[in-house]
Design a protein around this ligand. Structure first.
Ligand code: CDT
Length: 318
């Protein structure tokens, strides 16, 4: 029996500083209703979907920082989204800032969850590749302080859901080939990725014109090289004065874009995805069991970069 998943992009336009969680959740619910009317089994929302992208600000006050985070999921404001999902029988993937208490240790994560058609959380992911910087850098037009505010995740897991194997990644993760390959080695069939990508990259402004190209390039390569569907979903448009790319799209295991958004606002786009279409790539060109040569890949996990070992200690070059 063919395994099809109708997946919807739930792209968001900007979320302003003063927008309440309830206001944003109402927007998410509107997108969910539209997606369901179009026949979606699953709708994917962006990274940090419930708030503005607060890492653009240097915030010293811990209480203020925590106010951008969710201490429980669902919480009071997000419960209606879970209830609507159950009522409509549609799953969702949602990015948000998580405040966790791990045996008395407080940590913030850049998180996404996968929720099934009954409104149950069936997967949780903590962003691994946290971009930007740790200290206040006033020379930038805006900050990117994810390294300061969040603890990095330490794994890419794959979850059985919607009749297939699903994985999650968040924004900067999509630029790293390791993200897809670690999930590819677990047989992933669809990778769900929310993002907030400013058009302007302060350390490399020459790349600004290429930001949409790099977005698509990374996700198309990840899809093709691992024989998986990839769904990339933006929070787009000008948020608190910072312009963000759109470019939300659904990519087939062939590497082809099969659906995409055309605005930089709230928008739904949908694709009818055959999960078995992954197999023609997973069994042929990218049959890992037949063709991978892990004995040649040692530096991938032994080294962090050209100068550091994976444990962060300096590498002595001969
Ligand atoms: N949210 C996020 O990860 N954004 C980064 C911006 C560039 S790095 C400062 C991205 O990779 O899209």
């Amino acid at each position: 029996m063919a395994r099809y998943v109708n997946v919807a992009i739930g792209q968001l336009g900007p979320v302003n500083r003063e927008d309440s969680r309830a206001q944003v959740v109402a927007r998410l619910m509107k997108l969910m209703r539209e997606a369901r009317q179009l026949g979606a089994d699953l709708i994917v929302y962006p990274e940090l979907a419930l708030t503005t992208f607060f890492p653009r600000w240097y915030i010293e006050d811990e209480q203020q920082l925590d106010s951008w985070c969710e201490a429980s999921m669902p919480g009071q404001d997000t419960l209606p989204l879970f209830e609507l999902a159950r009522e409509l029988q549609i799953g969702f993937c949602l990015g948000y800032a998580e405040l966790s208490d791990e045996g008395g240790v407080r940590r913030r994560y850049n998180t996404s969850i996968l929720v099934d058609k009954n409104g149950d959380i069936v997967g949780k992911y903590h962003k691994v590749h946290l971009p930007g910087h740790r200290e206040h850098e006033p020379w930038r037009a805006f900050q990117h302080l994810e390294k300061r505010y969040f603890t990095p995740g330490d794994r890419f897991s794959v979850y059985p859901a919607f009749g297939g194997l699903f994985g999650m990644a968040i924004c900067n993760d999509r630029r790293w080939c390791e993200t897809y390959r670690v999930m590819g080695l677990q047989g992933v069939e669809m990778v769900l990725i929310g993002y907030n990508t400013p058009v302007h990259n302060a350390p490399a402004p020459a790349h600004d014109d290429l930001s949409l190209f790099h977005n698509q390039l990374s996700m198309q390569a990840g899809a093709y090289q691992n024989g998986t569907w990839v769904v990339g979903v933006a929070k787009a448009g000008t948020e608190e004065g910072v312009d963000h790319i759109g470019g939300s799209c659904i990519i087939a295991p062939s590497g082809e874009v099969v659906a995409s958004c055309v605005t930089k606002g709230d928008e739904v786009a949908i694709a009818h995805c055959d999960l078995d279409f992954c197999q023609i790539y997973k069994r042929t060109t990218f049959n890992f069991d037949l063709h991978r040569q892990p004995q040649a890949y040692g530096p991938i996990t032994r080294l962090k970069g050209e100068t550091l070992l994976a444990d962060g200690s300096p590498r002595v070059k001969k």
